[in-house]
Structures are given as structure tokens and as C-alpha cells.
Design a protein around this ligand. Sequence first.
Ligand code: ARG
Length: 436
Amino acid sequence: METAVLAYSGGLDTSCAVKWIKDNYGLDVVAVVVDVGQDENLRRIRDKALAIGAKDALVFDKRREFVQDFILPALRANALYEGVYPLLSSLSRPLIARTVVDVAEGLEAKAVAHGCTGKGNDQVRFDLSFNILNPALQIIAPIREWAYSRSALIEYAKANKIPVPVTKKSPYSIDANLWGRSIESGVLEDPWVEPPADVFKLTVPAEKAPDKPVYVEVEFHKGVPVALDGTELDPVELIRRLGATAGAAGYGRIDHIESRLVGIKSREVYEAPAALALIEAHKALEFMTLPKDLLHLKRQLEGPFARLVYFGEWFSPQLDALQAFMEETQENVSGTVNLKFYKGGLTIAGRKSEYSIYREELATYGDGDRYDHGASKGFIKIFGMENVLYEQIRKTRNGLGRSSRSKGNGPAPKPKRSGTRRNGPPGENEAARRTS
Ligand code: ARG
């Protein structure tokens, strides 16, 4: 029998998929479970796939790869889709797809499969990644092909003795990894309903957080977080620890009406304490170490970076190019940021860097000032010269005696003939005359 390799999570959709592919395509199913830090019992998930009828079930620990190849590039780009969502699910899909394709190639499988519906972004991310990595592999997406409602799926599961993890009481669709946790559906589908307490796992409610602030010093080396409070940690552990501290202080919740690629607005609740804290800290260090033109250019490209990731274009030349740009900007993004968590909030309590462009001797209003005050005057004159010319031309054209921007308080001066203004940059009168 030929084989389909299925990205398996142990949830309702992928569990039904095991059975459905076997029955409807007549293929052996090999389930691939990828550990991206979802903090679940993966051996149990593996056993579940086998119990439902998978021919084999394989678990891969990809946490380090997830951090190195996906999370850290996203952090360098401060990647937040629509300015709020740190892309946790979006980042894991290309890695899961890559793992599935590797297995499929090793087994000379005919098909690869995923458990996504036809309404979400994840199907796009899987399909695009599968197609790029190996276009010869057939893609099977049972839940999409089937288009059953969630309750019909639960019926199918029950009829086929597939253990159902969702209940009437806990009907949520959850996706979790090292970068955070997403919660969808159930009562959350009404955007007017405040998320019930039981949807959260990584964060306490702000009002229940301790009354004392918690400080954490995060040290970065070239845009990569390397230590917490002076202790060097590998990034997997660093993200885990920072997430625990921030979440215990009530920090890291997101409640979003999100624009899916497929045209649907959806209500998404996330907990991403480590991701949000690291992005804030990283930005704070960039403000200190990047010259303004580079900083502003980078900020303009961060949105497009996040969009590409969200839209499933991880494996694309456009994302490669943006990644290269982001990496190039990080040469000097080293230093330490002191984060202060308090009752659901985060403030930057301090930052320092040996590459700081912030210089106290330049910024100070106190003693020891080294800034060249005299140079400012000429700089401003030339910086504003074109705008001054432009305004004078407009004034002349409209036959106004004063700037078209002045509010006109006080008596209006008599209109002057063009070309008679006394001061202004050289060349101004000629330009004004020509257009009048
Ligand atoms: N809306 C988020 C995204 O598109 C989260 C998706 C979560 N996926 C899931 N199968 N529950 O990235």
C-alpha cells in the first residue's frame, strides 16, 4: 500500500484525518508529530495516532530548529502581524511542513497531508510549503475536502471511536508552541464576549497578578537574546523562563479581530508573554543602537515581513531577501534591557549598550555638553530651504501678503507685489517671479 505522511497534532481534526485518509484514499498513514515546544505529552499523542490506525507515528524534537530558523529571524524583524500578533502558529507551519516532506521523501510516500480546514491560514501555509519543498507530492486535506462542521466532526470521531479532546464545556481550538498559544472558537466567536478565565494557561489575569513589580534583565547579542539576569541560557530555555515570569505578572494577552488571508475576519485570543516581551526589549535596544534612517527603514519593512510570514510565504525569495536585510541590521544590536513587569503591563526600566548612539554628552541639558550648538543654525536653514521656497511661491501665486499657513490673527498686511520680499534664501525671488 502507498503512504500518506500526515502532520499530526493529536487534536480532533488530525485525529479524524488519520481514519479518513485510510478509508477514503486507501493509503497507509504515517503520523508525524513535531515538538515545537507545545508542552504536551508527545508519547501519548504518538500512541493515540497508532490507536486510531496510523501505520507508524514519529515524534521529532524540533524546538531548537524552531528557535534558530524561525523564531529568532522573526524576533530580529519584530514581526507582529497587524501590529499585534507575534505569528506563533504562522512560524511553526513551514517547519512542520519541512519535517513532513523530509519523512515523505525518506519513505518514498505518495502524499502529504494536514488537518486544516478550508477557512484558515494554516492550509495556505502547509500547501505553499509542501509545493515549494516537493511539488511532486500529492496534498491531502481531509477536513477541507470534507467541509464538515465541528459538531459533525465530533460525531464522526465518536462513531469511529476516536477520542475527542474537545467537549461542550471546552470547545476551543488551541495551537501552542514555544512562541505562545492561540485560542479560537466557542464563545470567543462573539467579539463582544470577554474571554472566559479558563481559556488562559500561560498568563494570570492582570488583576490577580502580584502587587509588586518584577524586573528581568535581558541581554542581547546581535539581536539574539542570550541571557536573563546575567545567566547565559540557550534560547529555548530563555524563552521558557521569560514567558513564565512575564505570564505570572499578567503580561502577554492579546485579543484580536484578525484579517485572515482568505478574506475572513476572525476573533483570536493569544497568550504570548515571552514573544511580546522579547520584541519590546529588542525594539528598545534598536532605538538606542540604530541610526534613525536605518531604524525607520527597518520599521517600514517589519510589517511586510510579518505579512509574508502570516500569508504562508516563509519559503520565498521575498522573505529570504527581507531576512537578509534584517540580519544585516543587527550587527550592533547588543546590550541589556531591564524589563519591568507589573499587573499586566510592561515598561522598559533601563537599557544599555556598548554600541549606543545615545550619548549623554550630546543629549544632556546639564554640564559637560559636547554638542555643537552653533552648527544647528546653518543645518536648520539648509534643511528647511526647499519648504521655505515652496511656501513663498505659493504665497505669490495666490497673491497673498502673508503665508497661506498663518492663522491671520491681527490686521492683515497690505498685499505686496511679487518679488519684493526682503529675506529668504538666495534664488527665491526669481523662482517666485517665474511662477507668478
Ligand atoms: N490565527 C492564527 C494564525 O493564523 C492562529 C491559527 C491557529 N491555528 C489553529 N489551527 N488553531 O496564525
